[in-house]
Ligand binder design. Structure first.
Ligand SMILES: Cc1cc2nc3c(=O)[nH]c(=O)nc-3n(C[C@H](O)[C@H](O)[C@H](O)COP(=O)(O)OP(=O)(O)OC[C@H]3O[C@@H](n4cnc5c(N)ncnc54)[C@H](O)[C@@H]3O)c2cc1C
Length: 388
């Protein structure tokens, strides 16, 4: 249980929950640079306060805080200071799989099948098979059972996994630790198929486009999210929006003359009327968010929208129960309170966003879990994949 709260030494260390680190020397070194000390001190502030130190222009403050929220935490919160320079990261660009993020899973599935593995989908696991105190397999909703020769590896959300075996097997310390897990601000994702593609006018004339954009008018708007989350209310005027229109670059996604638009961001999951109230209001919320977005793209109107798929925070959880309460990173990953790769029940391993260093598409939890699993099987990663 030495890996209970953090990654084991020798594994990839957890990233800071905000992945935007400044490109300066290590402040822990014996002779840190002036810049390193300055940025280290900025990091412990909120993104809002740090942005006001760095930028005179409210537009640059808002742009960085808005883009900083993509990592799941709002820049109103202490410790989110590095969001104040999130645009530095975004200027480097972000890798996107051709065909969309789903192609990562599809390709991994093909790799498994090409190596005599089997991938079964639409098979919800409802129980862990326990024999002599050891996890030996899983039982699915249709009653089918699958036995693991050496063990079982889970990416089921740990809050759900713990319902799948007797409570006394998890141990009190682990149970207490998971009890206090908090969801992060829930996510919404509104998808639109468009005739034409978005263009943003430039102040000096002409226009610009891009694979992603971030919108928030006023830096102080970031404070609305926590207040609304506490109240279960929505204030739609100026929430930070993440705009994705990768079809402009990846022409495999839409025919010529057409494009795709995704507007996403954080909104409260638990509305004061209950999370199911999202079903009643999501189309109207999406209309308002779309209208707000269209103010920035005068070449488009609602007439350009051919079809849409509107996913509210509760829809995201319904799509994938591991996105507990709409947390696409499975939980608020700031506090380093992750599940261990070796779970308290022998033979059961956990990977994915509930383990260090948390959610996002990094591959790091998988790699770390593989190291632990191989170690228990008397092997090393280097032996199996040819490098460490
Ligand atoms: C709209 C949206 C946009 C995002 N944008 C980004 C981004 O730009 N960059 C980024 O890095 N990350 C992004 N993310 C977050 C990212 O997708 C997640 O952090 C990541 O997928 C977590 O990976 P994972 O393998 O741990 O779990 P998941 O991808 O959540 O996979 C868990 C799997 O377990 C399955 N499962 C759950 N319960 C059971 C059960 N009982 N039985 C069987 N199967 C079960 C689920 O169906 C799912 O297939 C986004 C997420 C969403 C929803």
């Amino acid at each position: 249980m030495d890996d209970f709260y953090a990654a084991r030494s020798g594994l990839i260390p957890p990233l800071p929950w905000s992945t935007f680190s400044p490109p300066f020397s290590d402040p822990a070194s014996s002779d840190p640079s002036r810049e390193a000390i300055f940025f280290q001190r900025l990091e412990v502030l909120s993104g809002f306060d740090a942005a006001r130190q760095l930028w005179e222009s409210p537009q640059m403050q808002a742009a960085n805080i808005s883009g900083g929220r993509w990592g799941g935490v709002q820049g109103s919160d202490p410790g989110s200071g590095s969001q104040a320079w999130s645009m530095l990261t975004h200027m480097n660009g972000r890798p996107m799989p051709k065909g969309g993020s789903g192609m990562v899973s599809t390709s991994l599935g093909r790799f498994i099948e090409a190596h005599q593995g089997t991938v079964l989908t639409n098979m919800p696991v409802v129980a862990l098979m326990i024999e002599d105190g050891r996890c030996t397999g899983v039982e699915c909703a249709d009653g089918s059972r699958f036995r693991g020769r050496k063990g079982v590896v889970s990416t089921i959300h740990v809050k759900h996994l713990m319902q799948m075996a007797p409570s006394d097997l998890w141990g009190q310390a682990f149970t207490d630790s998971v009890e206090v897990w908090q969801p992060e601000m829930a996510m919404f994702a509104f998808h639109f198929a468009l005739k034409g593609s978005p263009e943003y006018p430039l102040a000096g004339g002409g226009s610009v486009t891009g694979a992603e954009a971030s919108i928030m008018e006023r830096p102080e708007s970031i404070f609305k999210l926590n207040e609304d989350n506490a109240r279960g209310e929505l204030t739609l005027e100026d929430y930070p929006l993440q705009i994705v229109h990768a079809a402009g670059y990846d022409r495999s996604r839409a025919p010529d003359g057409f494009s795709l638009l995704k507007i996403e961001g954080g909104m409260p999951y638990a509305l004061k009327e209950g999370p199911e109230h999202w079903d009643a209001i999501k189309d109207e919320v999406a209309d308002q968010v779309l209208d707000r977005y269209l103010r920035y793209t005068p070449n488009l109107t609602r007439e350009n929208v051919l079809a849409r798929v509107i996913m509210s925070p509760i829809d995201i959880e319904r799509m994938n129960p591991a996105m507990w309460r709409g947390s696409v990173h499975h939980l608020d990953k700031r506090w380093g309170n992750f599940a261990p790769y070796r779970m308290p029940i022998p033979g059961l391993y956990q990977t994915g966003a509930c383990t260090a260093p948390g959610g996002s598409v990094t591959g790091q939890p998988g790699r770390n879990a593989a190291i632990a699993i191989l170690e228990d099987d008397g092997k090393t990663l280097a032996e199996v994949v040819g490098r460490g």
